[in-house]
Design a protein around this ligand. Sequence first.
Ligand code: NAD
Length: 354
Amino acid sequence: MNNYKIAVLKGDGIGPEIVDEAIKVLDAVASKEGFNLEYNEYLIGGSAIDVFDNPCPDETIKGCLNSDAVLFGSIGGPKWDNLPKEKRPETGLLKLRKSLGLFANIRPAIIFDELVNASTLKPEVIKGVDLEVVRELTGGIYFGEPREKTDDVAFNTMIYTREEIERIAEVAFEEAMKRRKKVTSVDKANVLEVSELWREVVEEVHKRYPLVELEHMYVDNAAMQLIRNPKQFDVILTGNIFGDILSDEASMIVGSIGLLPSASIGGKVGLFEPIHGSAPDIAGQGIANPIATILSAAMMLDYLNESSGAERIRKAIKEVLAEGYRTKDIASFDAKEVVTTEEMGSLIAEHASK
Ligand code: NAD
């Protein structure tokens, strides 16, 4: 029987609530599919600050590196907002991604037919959307040096090396080969030198993938096109900050940020997390949507080559939505019953064990 070591980083806010539901579903799937998952919990973010005075302790990094995959909840909250930057939860997550070498973040946005009415966009615009944002995660303006802030002036540096662009472009073209074979590379090459290099390197990598169609799009236009006609996109390849913004935008096409999973890969071990944050406004109320985290767990099973388990999870989610169960964030007029975080997890686990 295959045995996988999973590092579990629940984090803050709704993190523990949603990760618990993902584990419930994973356990249901594991027993049905005949593999075993061994979980080890580590602290990250605010909860790590409270214990270790450090948002990303060495023990957490070591634990992740000794695992087959990492299941992550979310970090942050008002309690830690006034700490100096190097001590803040968000800095801990950036350090973790960097330490694990996770340079590629894959964010699929697939619309469930059952939820076309949960989006603020018209059903005919979003029905059938199936796109994926491939975001560079460990470079660009979030990490660029120098950076500085004084009372009168502040600056950051948007920087990419040829090597960084090449490896993320490869991930995007490989993803496109598994999908509808189209890459839209998003940049701001009309204004930024860093985007000029981005474009050149993406074109070079494209030569190795002649079956994939490549188009370039400026980020301002991409933001508009995502709302105007999201079905035109297959794989969107972009840098750190543009990807951060566009994938949140993509979440609203799907209906709720509580539905979007992500996989961060590139290093020895992959990390799987919902795209949303710790939602302090709803933490502890039992209303958070666990589906983004459960779908992240499905991506984790794909990564572990347990694809039949991953499919089992996706099918279970579809069935539960088709039966009309909704958490509060996706409850629209066609909801049969509004359920809690825990009830949604149990329903999906139940269906996944069939
Ligand atoms: P957020 O994603 O936490 O919340 C934005 C809005 O979406 C809120 O109204 C929230 O209630 C709602 N929401 C988020 N997840 C939901 C879910 N699963 N179900 C239902 N509704 C959900 O973003 P924010 O409010 O800007 O940030 C809150 C904290 O999270 C901050 O400290 C921020 O730094 C942190 N953050 C962490 C991550 C991460 O852990 N990867 C990502 C983004 C933000």
